[in-house]
Write a protein that binds this ligand. Structure first.
Ligand SMILES: *Cc1c(COP(=O)(O)O)cnc(C)c1O
Length: 401
């Protein structure tokens, strides 16, 4: 990320989530809390579906598994990428059909596969023989995709080498899947979350195409390509629009699948929920550790362990917006969370400025905070409860909230 020293306090104006902030102003719920505007979630889903016609869009549940979010997306007929039996249960309770769930996690126990199969899940991603054997045993006849390890340009929060296997291994795995009576459908990958370089997909689509060619040489014709998540949200840095991702991915497909494009699956998490959420936090303490310091330390009631896990390594630079009148000068700050843990410092390298008039008790809104916040919150570190979420629809709490 390139954020200059003169970066403004607030991010771009594109993420104000006005309904969520109005709700916070009117109801003044205890802080910290996350407000998710489900109408914005639906808007973002529709914008992605429109940018990617003829593509199955499946929401990666881990980004925000709030029941109201899942219910709204199920009503849109979305598919869901699930990673555990608990996420499957949440989707079914939200009204999704088991046949619209895709088990994308390549790390799973035999019992997890059996439960998924019993719930009607028919599609699984794998990257290793052991998992493939388990799928054959506990989800007989299931559709199987192989996840390829891709090393595109780094995203803001990259996956590293944790997931996937090299294309030759993926080819062998899919050929074996056919021998085991499974239905080998295609290839999946993930180019890293918050991927701001749309060219990243070219490298990955090329790797996937080599698997399609590899199995075709043995008479096995794959049909489906899952291009993963990674679509960016706008924080302090602006992400490309969905249409920019769509054209880059379209060009990669034209280049590497010149004869016939496969069925496409897109698996966004962050891009659907991030900009729908606002965290309101209270300033607990403002201090200068040495009167000679230029920086003030600002301690908030939300931090690394109760919602802002993605500030690890200062990966995600959230846009901060002080609430109320702070029209005067601003100055440099280091921003930290409330716990007794030395790692609970949000930003000390990334330059942030906040108003000189900021005092304990003031509120700050953290914009575009709907993804990977509440779902990452610890249960009770230092006795601090997990981040409370309020979902709203047409400005009011959703009925089953
Ligand atoms: C997390 C995840 C996603 C969603 O990624 P985003 O970057 O949030 O879009 C999609 N697919 C899989 C397999 C994932 O693990």
């Amino acid at each position: 990320m390139s954020i200059s020293d003169t970066a403004p306090t607030a991010g771009r104006a594109a993420t104000p989530a006005p309904a969520a902030r109005r709700f916070l102003d009117e109801h003044d719920p205890p802080t910290p809390c996350l407000v998710v505007d489900v109408d914005t979630v639906v808007d973002r889903y529709r914008a992605l579906a429109a940018a990617f016609p003829d593509t199955r869009v499946q929401y990666a549940v881990k980004a925000n598994p709030e029941p109201a979010v899942l219910r709204a997306l199920a009503r849109e007929d979305a598919w869901f990428d699930v990673a555990s039996p608990a996420e499957i249960d949440l989707c079914l309770e939200a009204g999704a059909d088991g046949g619209r769930l895709s088990y994308g996690n390549t790390i799973k126990k035999p019992a997890d596969i059996a439960r998924a199969h019993a719930a009607g899940v028919r599609e699984y991603t794998c990257e290793a023989d052991g998992d493939l054997d388990n799928i054959a045993a506990h989800a007989p006849g299931a559709q199987v995709s192989a996840r390829v390890l891709v090393e595109p340009p780094d995203s803001v929060t990259p996956f590293g080498r944790k997931f996937g296997c090299v294309p030759d291994r993926a080819t062998a795995l899919l050929l074996r899947a056919a021998e085991l009576g499974l239905d080998p459908v295609g290839v999946s990958f993930h180019v890293g979350s918050q991927q701001l370089d749309t060219a990243a997909w070219d490298v990955a689509v090329e790797a996937a195409a080599s698997v399609f060619a590899g199995t075709a040489a043995h008479g096995l014709h794959l049909r489906r390509l899952n291009v993963g998540g990674g679509i960016g949200a706008s924080y302090r840095d602006t992400a490309p629009e969905p249409t920019a991702y769509a054209s880059a991915i379209g060009e990669a497909l034209a280049r590497h699948f010149p004869d016939r494009a496969p069925e496409l699956v897109l698996e966004p998490g962050r891009a659907i929920v991030a900009e729908a959420g606002v965290i309101r936090t209270e300033v607990v303490l403002v201090t200068r550790k040495d009167p000679a310091d230029e920086h003030r330390w600002v301690y908030l009631d939300v931090g690394r362990y109760n919602g802002l896990a993605e500030t690890e390594d200062e990966a995600i630079a959230y846009a901060l917006e002080p609430v109320g009148d702070h029209d005067g000068a601003s100055g440099p700050v280091i921003i930290a969370g409330p716990t007794c843990d030395g790692d609970d410092v949000l930003y000390q390298r990334t330059p942030y400025r906040l108003p000189e008039s900021l005092r304990a008790g003031d509120r700050i809104d953290i914009l575009a905070a709907g993804a990977y916040t509440a779902s990452y919150s610890s249960v009770a570190f230092n006795g601090i409860p997990p981040l409370r979420t309020h979902c709203i629809h047409e400005g009011r709490p959703t009925s089953a909230d």
